[in-house]
Ligand binder design. Sequence first.
Ligand code: ADP
Length: 489
Amino acid sequence: INLEEQARALIRADNFIDGQWVAAASGRRFAVTDPATGKLIADVADSGPADAGAAADAAAKALPAWRAKLPKERAAVLHRWHALIVEQQDALGALISLEQGKPLAEGRGEVAYGASYVAWFADEATRIYGDVIPQQQRGKRMSAIKEPIGVVAAITPWNFPLAMIARKIAPALAAGCTVVAKPAEDTPLTAIALVMLAHEAGVPDGVLNLISASRESAAETVGEWLADGRVRKITFTGSTPVGKHLARESAGTLKKLSLELGGNAPFIVFDDADLDAAVTGLLAAKFRNGGQTCVCPNRIYVQRGVYERFSALLSAKVAELQVGPASDPASQIGPMINARAVDKIARHVEDAVANGALVLTGGKRLTELGPHYYAPTVLGNATPDMMLCCEETFGPVAPLFPFDTEQEAVDAANDTPFGLASYFYSQDVRRIDRVSRALEAGIVGINEGALASEAAPFGGVKESGYGREGSKYGLDDYLSIKYLCQGGL
Ligand code: ADP
């Protein structure tokens, strides 16, 4: 059977609660469509507060037994889950491409990337150390241990339908937490398939529950978890406005939050950069997933001495990028996720051009390919008053801002409420040290465009949120510290 049939074989359309597939209590469903064509893929459960409540009940009931397991028992389950994900890499990759639109090679790549978090946290489960505190008073022993925080609610976006949810569920389960999850309405199918594999791997009933909901139902459905005192933590990746809403609305039960929010990543090319490396790095960082990642460079600052050369090299490469559906193996850039996304890109480019930007390549919709395609674009002479300077475009648009001095570039890079990723290219060791420290961001790429790794701490500062995913720090978000003080010794 072909790849698309393998992908479709993984599709389930119901909620998964307490080890059972169940329809939404209301019986309502909503359509998940192929962004390349707009055609229906499946009608999935459109959950409401009752479904969210049932999922939280299951997670709360399953918590005592799951947290009591030995760490190596939880690790064994996670390793089995990892093996099943890897076994299904092609089919899962094709499912990602089908519902999200990214090229097949990127879909497969995302499966490997998401799976790497599962393997990583399977191992980390066995390394949750506490501290023995040096004795402070006679007759007293003090220590600190780490415990699972409790029921975790995970809410994820559509741009990485597998990786974003894997890197939340894996550390939560490793820590001994139980989970209720709601994937994005555009791409719930991969998440549902992932949960099915977790069940097959031996994740006990109730430990991992997933409900889907339409955009219209999302606020009310998730609201049930925000108000539920048993849900002790929210882990969210998505937009800054929704992140702030979750923080405000969960204040009533004072939950711990991890928020991976929007970015507005600067990419600085200094006069002393290796220009070929900078172009390669920018292509990798900017055009991955059609520019729809929260670490995609949004503002490209190029020093005046290399501006002409860099813009020519870049434009030539961008003009060669192949745009098309994921089903065509030659495609390097797929459709944008939906009409809202492609409209925003078009609006940003129109606004930039109206304010004096030059279209060096692209700059238009590709309606001949389908409703959601936008041409890979390079814009010259961008300025700070353009919309694309202060808002994330989230598409295949690279605006170039010329600059003169290092200080000017750093100030411009930091002149944003966001602080997720940043990048710069330079071969001067002292400048590398200065600029790495000066950039206000959680992640800095230095002469490198591909930063993602399960072994590294991913997360932002300022309004890009707080908390870290991956690395030895990634488990802390799911643990609380308990101080034990034993007297009478
Ligand atoms: P994007 O603009 O990339 O779709 P969002 O922040 O809107 O990012 O969506 C990210 C996730 O948050 C999705 O799963 C979405 O359904 C969910 N979401 C959107 N609005 C709300 C809300 N008011 N309350 C809870 N979840 C929401």
